[in-house]
Design a binder for this molecule. Sequence first.
Ligand SMILES: [Zn+2]
Length: 413
Amino acid sequence: MTDDLRINGERLISDLRDLAEIGGTPDGGVNRPALSDADLAARDWFAQRATEAGLEVRRDGAGNISAVLPAADPAARSVLFGSHLDTVPFGGRYDGALGVVAALEVLRTVREAGLRLPVHLEAVSFTDEEGTWLSLFGSRAAAGELTAEELAQPRGMAAEFNRRLEAAGLTREGILAARRDPAAVKAWVEVHIEQGTRLEDSGTDIGVVTGIVGIASYWLTFVGRADHAGTTPMNRRLDALLGVAEFLRQARELIANRFPEGVMNCGIVEIAPGAFNIVPARARLALEFRHSDPHRFEAMREALLSLALHVVEIEGLGLEVEQVGVHPPVMLHRDVLTAIEAACDALGLSSTRLPSYAGHDTQAMAAIAPAGMFFVPSIGGASHSAREATSDEDCVNAGNVLLHAVLRLASQP
Ligand SMILES: [Zn+2]
């Protein structure tokens, strides 16, 4: 039986330490934005470790890189698992890296144990998860969801994007052809740091992710009237900023009372004309909100927009609404969740179900395969910073839960 099988924890921790040197910063963080020289060096490091372990290395047209342990039957399906090696600018050493290193360690463990499985096992590192150039670049290319229009409008400078693609040996044709055949993918699993404190606060080992939040963003412009800030009586003003203030206060109450699992942020306010001595005529607010349940997400959208209308009616203002982007929530697959929970039980680790408030490659993979994901605790919840930390014990747990979830998924008919 394979129940007693464990990954080599020391090897996993030493891999994490070595990987953090690539693009490492003096404060203990990592600066490895997608397609930077450090990111390309990290991929080569991954390929070299995989080769040393006797695994096959494959690269696809989008720069996604895989270590593969093939099944005896070339026509077998694949169980895929992994994460990403790129970081945000001046990020941490665990975000993405833990998922890739744990995936590599699972392959080494299965190979050394001489297990013969009916599926190919593939540890994947996806290109540009953090969206330096395009959000979920590599995983959406693998899912066939990346478009030529998006490729023509990268987030950074187009000329620099072209230079970095060339440095990575990538072409637009290759990227658009990177789609995986869904029929050949049996399942996808990702382990990631939580980037929050829910696990730490509750003293739980593993968070089994039920779904990945939907994210909606809008510009809401509250429209009033510009007036002299001295001579206009207070009760005669149509102050656009007052609309923002009222909306913000009531929206927080609304979320707390009706959508306790949702979150909302107002990250930018632009005021026009914008002077000490002019009553604001226009106040433009950047509103973003997230929820993991598709029905609640839609209800939240309706409730927030109705609230904005209610506020302008009371205050005598006008309202302009511009939708910036709506990405619906992604529910993760029950079979993969169950495999992760069974792995936790077998290992004697506590687990809880929770939604992910951040985007991940798993949401792209859910479009082409039964997909699931789990979290290990982040110390203090720090993430996207050099303060990012997870205990060695939790990193080893990540590897063992991934191993046993993958073995369960591999053996399912
Ligand atoms: Zn990540």
